[in-house]
Design a protein around this ligand. Structure first.
Ligand code: G3I
Length: 301
């Protein structure tokens, strides 16, 4: 196959990208996005600050712009993200305790209900684990409402949209380390107690190296009985960029429950990582060597 989406589909997988609503009017951008990708994540437009700018008053215009573009072009949508300690609206940043918990669960319920039937997978909770060696939760106002806030969010999301897959999503979880092991323990606990979780997202914002146990880490999550997706892939440009992209692609293809890969933007100049040139298309929209390495890996599966 000659596009990333079609090549991934040969093994039943998707290949996605993050999209910014205000770039859809850029024809180079929209043409590449439409041609290559089959799963769309809103880069910012479905986050809490965007969708609930004042309490219990919802704003779906920019999220809908992306969801509608995706539907009109035959693509699926990954909802990102219902709860995250970052990009919380100002009003929610001023809440704590029971008031914050109630507001957070209301947010999950309202947004997942609004988008019911239109979202393939929700990132229900994003980046709730701490960096470093603790393997524990990140300190945040949400965490201080009680350790059960994550499972409460997953239960609310399931009730609101029973057909959406529900994912936990995080970064620096790309190898077997304290942080990914903490998440692994949470997922195992959720599965054993019937907390509704369907998948784990490994963001994979990578530098110039990749952990040697990248595939083993995907495999151990899959072995818990959840799907795994690579959700925000980008790789710093350097001698190894194409190889690292290829290693990620092959690792996902090697694990039956790794169901798709999303890159975090279209062209290098669309990336949040200024100067890293971490994506598959250069700033003029040309395919990079890394693009070819991914396409070839997908076609070899
Ligand atoms: O839209 C406003 C604009 O009106 C304003 O003038 C400008 C001034 O700062 O800011 C613009 O908003 C920015 C927004 O991106 C849109 O470009 C925000 O400041 C900026 O903080 C925001 O950054 C986003 C970041 O999440 C926020 O934490 C990035 O685009 C987005 O790529 C990034 O994505 C995250 C994932 O959601 C979660 N995982 C990590 C990943 C990378 O940080």
């Amino acid at each position: 196959a000659s596009t990333l989406g079609a090549a991934a589909a040969q093994s039943g997988r998707y290949f996605g990208t993050a999209i910014a609503a205000n770039k859809l009017s850029d024809s180079t951008y929209a043409t590449i996005a439409n041609r290559e990708f089959t799963m769309i994540t809103a880069e910012n437009e479905m986050k809490w600050d965007a969708t609930e700018p004042s309490q219990n008053s919802f704003s779906y215009g920019r999220g809908d712009q992306i969801a509608t573009w995706a539907r009109n072009n035959g693509k699926q949508v990954r909802g990102h993200a219902l709860l995250w300690h970052a990009q919380m609206p100002g009003w929610a940043q001023n809440l704590s305790g029971t008031a914050l918990r109630t507001a957070a669960i209301n947010h999950v319920t309202k947004v997942a209900t609004y988008y019911r039937g239109k979202i393939h997978t929700w990132d229900v909770v994003n980046e709730a684990f701490a960096d470093g060696g603790s393997g524990g939760r990140r300190d945040s106002s949400l965490q201080r409402t009680g350790n059960d806030w994550i499972e409460a969010a997953f239960r609310a999301a399931r009730a609101a949209d029973p057909n959406a897959k529900l994912c936990y999503n995080d970064y620096n979880t790309d190898g077997i380390n304290a942080k990914s092991t903490g998440i692994y323990a949470m997922v195992r606990d959720f599965k054993s107690r019937g907390v509704p979780i369907d998948c784990v997202g490994l963001q994979s914002h990578l530098g110039t190296t990749i952990p040697s146990d990248y595939q083993a880490n995907i495999q151990r999550f899959a072995d818990l009985g959840v799907d795994v997706q690579i959700t925000e892939l980008d790789v710093e440009q350097g001698g190894n960029q194409a190889n690292i992209y290829q290693t990620v692609t092959r690792a996902c293809l090697a694990v039956a429950r790794c169901t798709g890969i999303t890159v975090w933007g279209v062209r290098d100049n669309d990336s949040w990582r200024t100067g890293a040139n971490p994506l598959l298309f250069d700033s003029s929209g040309n395919k990079k060597v890394a693009y070819t390495s991914v396409l070839n890996a997908l076609n070899a599966a």
